[in-house]
Design a protein around this ligand. Structure first.
Ligand SMILES: C[S@@+](CC[C@H](N)C(=O)[O-])C[C@H]1O[C@@H](n2cnc3c(N)ncnc32)[C@H](O)[C@@H]1O
Length: 394
């Protein structure tokens, strides 16, 4: 597993996974990490975690790569217990560091997960094309989360039809889908399931804009080089059995595994120096560097491995795409961050509600007024335990 393979002038962690794990790729991932931070307003996660000296969440970062996310999470949650896993090690990445609360593990997420304690958060970023069966990955994540724990999956793989010449299509504005304010949740508090939260409700129907065709290659009469490139990548990935599209970021991919309370953040961020706004321009510059640096990384192994492209042909296509990208005005890439929650079991939710009832009763008793039946123990109050709260396949 740890014998690096040198191909096409790049270093790969094994003979299968399509992205390199050399210094160039490490730098590109560092830039992408900063882009995600900007997109999430400086937050490392959209899951409702709160830095709290008392909280000690267990966190699993699958496919951690150089580990920027896990390293920063460990600083923000000094009491957290973080497991960061990957099939390979980056030189000067997390796999080479000793941090008190991060355990780097070499593990293939496609194999049986063997963690003994459940997690509060499972995080996966940039893993499009890493797995043959995302359904299985989500099932394992579900099984290894605590009731009420979160899964967060983020991606922006260009092969997933994420890049558009948006000005040409008249769709140049940043969009945000179903963004709800980031809820703060103290992981060690009893108050984790607020009463007005429909979190354990039935999975919501798929929004119309998430139609299946959105992530399928769209044949066009005259394809741009970028379209040729992304179509070729998607075709090669499909043939290899490791799909690269946005299917795993659909709500239904998570609800099928049992997750509820799905939140989707989607942004179309600029690529290039064309935005007038200075913040957008900076973001555009960072995205441009990451994209140009990634063109060959995304493509060389999949295309040459398909047997249909020589290395020179693959490089020539990347060069054409590069010229097109540099000349383009109004280019944007879609980034998606999807968060879901494992339902709290009926028994756990009942315990939580009773604990809150007792706390309320105590409060009123101390104030001299008692709700419910008057004996101050909370009994006799009409508590709603949430009839819909049975969707827990674990
Ligand atoms: C594009 S990098 C993303 C790294 C990191 N998540 C980030 O956002 O910076 C994908 C990582 O997934 C790892 N990976 C690929 N297949 C994997 C698998 N089956 N199990 C665990 N990790 C895997 C790769 O080795 C690589 O480090």
């Amino acid at each position: 597993m740890l014998e690096p393979v040198h191909e096409n002038g790049r270093r790969y962690c094994d003979s299968t996974y399509f992205m390199p794990n050399d210094e160039t790729e490490l730098t590109r991932l560092n830039i992408l990490h900063q882009i995600y931070l900007i997109l999430l307003d400086g937050h490392l996660t959209t899951a409702p975690f709160r830095s709290n000296p008392q909280s000690s969440p267990r966190i699993l970062d699958i496919g951690t790569g150089p580990g920027d996310w896990a390293i920063e999470m460990s600083a923000e949650f000094p009491n957290a217990e973080i497991i960061a896993s990957d099939i390979g090690i980056f030189d000067s990445g997390l796999g080479q560091l000793e941090l008190p609360n991060v355990d780097f593990q070499l593990a293939d997420a496609q194999s049986e997960w063997t963690y003994h304690e459940p997690f509060d958060l499972v995080h996966m970023r940039g893993l499009s094309g890493a797995f043959a069966d995302w359904g299985r990955i989500y099932q394992q994540a579900f099984a290894h989360l605590k009731p009420g724990g979160f899964i967060e999956v983020a991606d922006a793989d260009p092969a997933g039809d994420t890049i558009c010449f948006c000005r040409e299509s008249g769709n140049g504005d940043e969009v945000e889908v179903e963004v709800e304010g980031m809820r703060d949740l103290d992981l060690d508090s009893d108050e984790d399931d607020d009463d007005d939260d429909d979190s354990d409700s039935e999975p919501e129907p798929e929004p119309e804009h998430e139609s299946k065709s959105e992530s399928q290659p769209t044949p066009t009469p005259t394809q741009t080089n970028l379209q040729k490139y992304t179509t070729a990548l998607r075709t090669a990935a499909k043939e290899a059995g490791y799909p690269r599209d946005l299917e795993h970021l659909r709500k239904t991919a998570l609800t099928a595994a049992g997750f509820v309370d799905i939140k989707v953040i989607e942004r179309n961020i600029p690529i290039g120096l064309w935005p007038a706004d200075i913040g957008e321009k900076t973001l555009g510059k960072m995205t441009l560097i990451a994209l140009l640096e990634g063109l060959e990384a995304y493509a060389l192994r999949p295309l040459t491995g398909s047997g249909k492209w020589s290395l020179d042909e693959a490089r020539a296509l990347c060069e054409l795409v590069k010229e097109e990208v540099l000349a383009a005005e109004g280019l944007r890439v879609k980034v998606r961050v999807v968060t879901g929650r494992k339902p709290v079991s009926f028994a756990q939710k009942r315990k939580d509600v009773l604990a809150r009832a007792r706390a309320r009763a105590r409060f009123f008793r101390e104030k001299g007024t008692v709700p419910g039946d008057g004996d101050g123990d909370g009994e006799g109050v009409d508590w709603d335990f949430g009839e819909k709260d049975h969707h827990d396949p674990s």
